[in-house]
Design a protein. Structure first.
Length: 371
């Protein structure tokens, strides 16, 4: 017979989630606990398995996100809402405000007072709260902590839930505008032009770890934010690995590396970038004017990205700026020109580098000085 935790031990339940990660968790339990659960009824071992699996999966997620450059200040468990009796308090607040009532042994939310076509159950007649009750309670907790604006990030398939959640926030006495909901569309992974088939139930999926290992952190971060969050994204794995101008990440980083190369060469020749600003008339060519104009747009683009919660604005701006810089670089000599022209162009190169580096930093993407 095989050791516990091996795939041959037992088939997956018919309605269970499948995947190698389930076996990985089983092996981790076996390695830590030995075979003490083999003779134990599942009813007795289930609480341990559940707690171990949750901890194992969350630890894995935390590590992957850390490698991806994403850090959450707080990890919040829905269970804590019930452990702290916050749900009954939130339901009572809704009743006091006139937006919850009892009928048929259940507690209902007066959703028809807002834009919903029917009222919604908060607490079922068997006493079990709905997800809506948890969600209202969680948002009440955020506002009670003193936050004046809450931003939720949801999958686009939950778009129909947005008006209900905003109604819940309004029923708590807040403005519905205090809640912003960003809808994130699904990502299609493409390999060799074909969509990678995925199903969490069948255990067929590509993890974020797989993508990071294949294409790297920088390309993954850029590709995830290069489109509006509510637009479908085709993530071309082969393109993300390509070291050519077709790959937007490579194209932007290469522009910055070119900046650094020019400034290094200037320093090697004993040429310093001047402190004085050149006059506008120092830039005569279309490439120079276009680059200068693009650089001047950066503060407004950054402000727009922040105001609209739209990082794709910075991604698109960085790509356009890189294009303008490459055009300028390819069209003009910088070092070795007449001094006034050289100084003006060196300042333009330096400014392009500053803005490219800042844009990449906002996206959490590295700015290599050599490529």
């Amino acid at each position: 017979s095989s050791a516990p935790g091996c795939p041959s031990d037992a088939p997956f339940p018919e309605d269970g989630y499948k995947g190698e990660y389930i076996h990985d968790i089983a092996r981790a339990i076996r390695d830590q606990e030995g075979d003490r659960f083999l003779s134990m009824p599942l009813g007795e071992s289930h609480p341990f398995f559940k707690a171990f699996a949750v901890r194992n999966i969350l630890d894995t997620i935390r590590q992957i996100l850390a490698d991806f450059g994403v850090r959450f200040d707080v990890w919040f468990s829905e269970k804590s809402l019930y452990e702290r009796d916050l749900v009954p308090a939130a339901m009572e607040a809704l009743k006091v405000n006139g937006f919850a009532f009892e009928k048929d042994g259940a507690v209902w939310f007066k959703a028809t007072d807002f834009t919903d076509e029917k009222d919604r159950v908060l607490i079922r007649s068997n006493g079990v709260p709905t997800y809506f009750a948890s969600d209202i309670t969680y948002h009440k907790e955020k506002f009670d902590l003193g936050f004046d604006r809450v931003i939720d990030v949801w999958g686009a398939d939950h778009h129909g839930y947005v008006p209900r959640m905003k109604a819940g926030v309004e029923a708590l006495g807040r403005s519905p505008d205090d809640l912003d909901v960003l809808l994130i569309q699904f990502v299609n992974l493409l390999r060799d032009g074909e969509q990678v088939a995925m199903s969490t139930r069948s255990g067929q999926f590509v993890t974020l770890r797989d993508v990071l290992d294949e294409v790297g952190v920088d390309a993954t971060r850029y590709f995830f934010v290069m489109r509006r969050s509510d637009s479908h994204l085709d993530f071309d794995l082969e393109l993300a690995k390509r070291q050519s101008s077709d790959n937007p990440v490579y194209y932007i980083q290469y522009a910055y590396a070119r900046v650094c190369s020019v400034l290094r060469e200037a320093k090697a020749r004993g040429v310093a970038v001047p402190d004085a600003r050149p006059t506008g008339s120092a830039y005569c060519s279309d490439e120079e004017k276009r680059l200068l104009s693009r650089l001047a747009e950066f503060p407004d683009e950054a402000e727009k990205a922040s105001r609209e919660l739209a990082p794709h604005v910075i991604a698109n701006y960085a790509l356009a700026l890189a294009g303008d810089f490459h055009s300028f670089y390819n069209a003009h000599r910088i070092l070795g020109e007449e001094e006034e022209v050289m100084n003006a162009r060196l300042l333009l190169v330096q400014a392009a580098g500053t803005v490219l580096r800042s844009a990449l930093a906002l996206l959490g993407i590295s700015a290599p000085e050599r490529m």
